[in-house]
Design a protein around this ligand. Structure first.
Ligand code: BYC
Length: 318
């Protein structure tokens, strides 16, 4: 049962959310709001970091210095996004190591898309164009999320993601307008990344466990299906410009609705992937564990440096 103080705080919280005022780390918030935010934000952070793997896989094989420099910068940006998001999540009272532990023991999820392999160079274009494109549609809405640190992280991240999306589209354009073999690679990448990109938006609203509460608290500002449809509507004309075939034969303009109709996602595949059994789930976590372990010496050095600084301060004060 809520105490009288909590009941008053709850009223104040509801008022702030209703008035579009941000909730800040030192403000009172319901436990479930905090837990739900930790869940979504930490999973978002994990997605950014795990997402470095499929693209990082191609840095050494980029076909030119220009492409290599762009890809290197992009992958580095994703690591930065992970850091903003981990820091923003820490303001809710969870430590970085607790979040990493949840990821590595598979208690926490990350975006399903990163469990698919990047098999050819055009996949790097498809990831930038479609995966970052889908991420932006979702994150633009999240800029207005009710939790201040999350909202501010999203504003910054969206600026970088729009560069990511454009470089991906430019790469796809070069491939689609290149030799017949390059065009074939672009088509293959589009065909393989289309459905997993649509899955990024999560289950249908009717099957979404968290949406109702998250919408009420204004953590989420638009639903999974609304955002997915927006992504389809903005991406289909881009496929036409590339001169590629539609990855879904059921895509068709619906005059009455003013939007594209499309086929149904393979939800069995979606659940298989989010439950840890996609093509690369095992590989992604294994690599994360190894990289984290290999980085222990850096954390150790930081701790030793901090201890030295603190010891110096103590001597100075004495
Ligand atoms: N993948 O009730 P629902 C990037 C889970 S990275 C995996 O609808 P919610 C980039 C969901 O977590 C950007 N799991 O959930 C980086 C829940 O399970 P739990 C990534 C998914 O939270 C590098 C259950 O299914 N963006 O841009 O209301 C290179 C029920 O779902 C997925 C974000 O993380 C999925 N696709 O809505 C390139 C955005 N979908 O937690 C690019 C932030 C659902 O109960 N997150 N699940 O075990 C969100 O906006 C929301 O969390 C979602 C899901 C729309 C994803």
């Amino acid at each position: 049962m809520q105490s009288v103080d909590d009941a008053a705080a709850q009223i104040e919280f509801d008022k702030r959310v209703a008035n579009e005022q941000k909730i800040e780390p030192t403000d009172w918030m319901p436990d479930d709001y905090r837990k739900n935010l930790i869940r979504q934000m930490s999973q978002h952070a994990h997605s950014e970091v795990i997402g470095m793997q499929p693209e990082g896989n191609w840095i050494t094989r980029a076909p030119s210095l220009r492409r290599k420099a762009i890809l290197l910068a992009k992958v580095q940006d994703e690591g930065g996004h992970g850091l903003y998001l981990y820091s923003a999540t820490e303001t809710l009272g969870i430590s970085r190591s607790e979040m990493i532990e949840a990821l590595q023991t598979r208690k926490a999820k990350y975006a399903s898309i990163f469990n698919y392999p990047t098999l050819n160079w055009a996949d790097i274009g498809a990831v930038g164009w479609l995966v970052d494109g889908a991420a932006i549609v979702n994150q633009i809405a999240l800029q207005r999320t009710s939790y201040g640190p999350y909202s501010r992280a999203m504003i910054r991240i969206c600026k970088e993601e729009s560069f990511h999306q454009r470089q991906g589209y430019e790469l796809m354009y070069a491939m689609a307008k290149g030799s017949p073999e390059q065009k074939e690679m672009a088509q293959d990448a589009l065909n393989r990344f289309w459905w997993p990109s649509l899955m990024m938006f999560g289950p249908h609203d009717s099957d979404s466990a968290h949406s109702a509460k998250s919408m009420q608290w204004k953590i989420k500002r638009e639903t999974n299906d609304v955002l997915r449809q927006r992504f389809i509507d903005q991406t289909v004309p881009q496929i036409e410009v590339l001169g590629l075939d539609m990855p879904d034969p059921e895509i068709k303009w619906n005059e009455e609705k003013g939007q594209y109709d499309s086929g149904e996602i393979n939800w069995q595949e979606f659940y298989k992937v989010i439950n840890g059994n996609g093509p690369c789930n095992h590989q992604r976590i294994k690599h994360h564990i190894k990289a984290h372990k290999d980085g222990e010496w850096v954390r150790e050095a930081v701790r030793a440096y901090r201890e030295k600084q603190q010891a110096k301060q103590t001597v100075n004060v004495a």
